[in-house]
Design a protein around this ligand. Structure first.
Ligand code: NAD
Ligand code: MG
Length: 379
């Protein structure tokens, strides 16, 4: 039995992870789940999967949950609870499906406790890739990607020598507004931005896809996961999301990973690697599809992507600022206090005011993160 803990069990990745686990109940045991505030769903999940530990965002939610959870469930809350959920259970693997850099401390705690990581929470690698990857190497645990592009690259690299890689290319669907010009982005609504053509995902990542910040975060994520320089990481627009990403080798041979867009494939692979198991997703029929399309990335259309590359290359505290400014700007757009195009303006202004510094530990990352959020909230 593989013992799994899921941080963020009620979200898009969390529920799809539980869906995968529910199909092979003899192979998996759910040790612990954590969620924000969706009480009804987390209680239903606890009744179905019987985790020993359940964590909620606040004390009052935890008190309320206790009234309905199966007797004997260990109920935790807040950041301390999240850290305990990540580290202090018998899980072998922790799936980080929480959204945002708030997942960092719990991810590090899981690593320090010797848990393997199935990583969906890309913001943790963006904000502190140097800490996460170093601690994982020191502790001898694996950090396996759940993000579809990174799972694709990981699969393409199976059995290959890292020195033979020329470059990797991350594919991008283009998000909700891929066929609009910048002029046509004036006044777009939250509902329009949340309407992604190929994937059904959480609100934050859906907005990030529309601004192309998501691809920027993924470039930085790939840098840390695969130890590649930013010059070796390309991006291309591929509207159908069938080729999930590809690797070009020094002999100019290219290996790509294909499939219908279904996150349950990369989620499961992170849990069963190096084995493959059947999934509920449909077979890809290329003849039926008949054509795939690609176009060059337009960095003027998507300035946030350029800014992500610049932040990644600058290193030190700059990716933390890029990420925190974006998290705040997206939250402000979702609550209606800024427009869609102001997301990129907020990020640019915060980066502009920032002096890069070393961020050798979690405390210094937290301080820079908090600074960037305050500035972004007041623009
Ligand atoms: P989501 O918004 O659907 O779910 C987020 C989860 O985090 C929920 O369970 C929520 O309850 C929990 N959470 C939110 N705030 C919390 C708080 N304060 N305390 C504790 N828990 C809290 O997000 P998602 O789309 O599932 O994305 C999760 C992560 O996976 C993100 O980092 C995203 O970038 C990444 N990712 C998602 C997809 C996808 O298809 N959805 C694909 C690739 C990567
Ligand atoms: Mg992705």
């Amino acid at each position: 039995m593989k013992k799994i803990t899921i941080l963020g069990s009620t979200g898009s990745i969390g529920t799809q992870t539980l869906d995968i686990l529910s199909r092979e109940p003899d192979r998996y045991q759910v040790e612990a789940i954590s969620a924000g505030s969706n009480l009804e769903l987390v209680i239903a999940q606890a009744k179905q999967f019987r985790p020993k530990t359940v964590c909620l965002a606040t004390k009052s939610l935890a008190e309320e949950a206790k009234l309905h959870l199966p007797k004997g469930t260990n109920v935790l809350y807040g950041n301390e609870g999240l850290i305990e959920t990540a580290a202090a259970t018998d899980a072998d693997t922790v799936v980080t499906a929480i959204v945002g850099s708030r997942g960092l401390e719990a991810t590090l705690a899981a690593i320090d406790a010797g848990k393997h990581i199935g990583l969906a929470n890309k913001e943790t690698l963006v904000t502190a890739g140097h800490l996460v990857m170093r601690r994982a190497a020191e502790r001898g645990v694996s950090v396996l990607p759940i993000d579809s592009e990174h799972s694709a690259i990981f699969q393409c690299l199976n059995g290959e020598r890292r020195a033979d890689v020329k470059r990797i290319t991350l594919t991008a669907s283009g998000g909700s507004f891929r066929d609009r010009t910048r002029e046509e982005l004036q006044g777009v609504t939250v509902a329009e931005a949340l309407n992604h053509p190929n994937w059904s995902m959480g609100a934050k990542i859906t907005i990030d896809s529309a601004t192309m910040v998501n691809k920027g975060l993924e470039v930085i994520e790939a840098h840390w996961l695969f130890g590649l320089s930013y010059d070796q990481i390309d991006v291309i627009i591929h509207p159908e999301s069938i080729i999930h990403s590809y690797v070009e080798f020094v002999d100019h041979s290219i290996i790509a990973q294909l499939g219908l867009p279904d996150m349950r494939v990369p989620i499961q692979y992170a849990l069963t690697y190096p084995e493959r198991r059947p999934t509920p997703t449909e077979s890809l029929n290329l003849a039926k599809l008949s054509a795939l399309h690609f176009r060059e990335m337009d960095f003027d259309r998507y300035p946030c992507l350029r800014s992500a590359y610049e932040s990644g290359r600058a290193g030190q505290s700059v990716p933390t600022v890029f990420n925190a400014a974006n998290e705040t700007a997206v939250a402000r757009f979702l609550e209606g206090s800024i427009t869609f195009l102001e997301i990129e303006a907020v990020i640019a202004k915060v980066l502009d005011q920032h002096q890069a510094t070393d961020v050798p530990d979690v405390q210094s990352i937290a301080a820079v993160d908090a600074w960037a959020r305050t500035v972004a909230a007041n623009i």
